[in-house]
Design a protein around this ligand. Structure first.
Ligand code: SF4
Length: 150
């Protein structure tokens, strides 16, 4: 009973104030600029409590852009491992979903979920801030649903 109440409290805090970290694993920077635009007052993602975080140790959500290059693979894994559980991953852009225009390149391993598990996919090249906010909203709904089921 106490544990269930605590878990509901934790989920309430998490869904009302998700802290995110952003990692570019090989993007052309197009998607990264859209993520930065999403964080500006014009789109105001902070109204959902979303806050950009510098350290993976305090982040709930990892937002990844680009395909995973051979050089970035270890860094992506290290960042993911350093995040406390439960942790969530949002893949942003066609390259993160499928490798996109970089698929098959000699230095590219492939899409994000070839390396770490992905919870939400946001397609587009690059996706607009509205689409990124929609993806974050879907993640928060998913988390609320997980809490209701418990
Ligand atoms: S999806 Fe488009 S904008 Fe984003 S990293 Fe790939 S090529 Fe660049």
């Amino acid at each position: 009973m106490l544990e269930a109440t605590l878990e509901r409290l934790r989920t309430w805090a998490r869904t009302n104030s998700p802290w995110i970290i952003h990692f570019n694993s090989g993007s052309c920077n197009g998607c990264d600029i859209e993520i930065l635009a999403t964080l500006t007052p014009r789109y105001d993602v902070e109204r959902f409590g979303v806050k950009l975080q510098g350290s993976p140790r305090q982040a709930d959500v990892l937002i990844c852009t680009g395909p995973v290059t051979r050089q970035a693979r270890e860094r992506l894994l290290r960042i993911y491992d350093q995040m406390p559980a439960p942790k969530y991953v949002v893949a942003v852009g066609s390259c993160a979903l499928s490798g996109g225009v970089f698929a098959g390149c000699y230095g590219v391993i492939g899409h994000i979920d070839a390396v770490i598990p992905v919870d939400i996919y946001v397609p587009g090249c690059p996706p607009r801030p509205d689409a990124i906010i929609d993806g974050l909203g879907k993640l928060l709904h998913k988390l609320e649903g997980a809490s209701d089921a418990s």
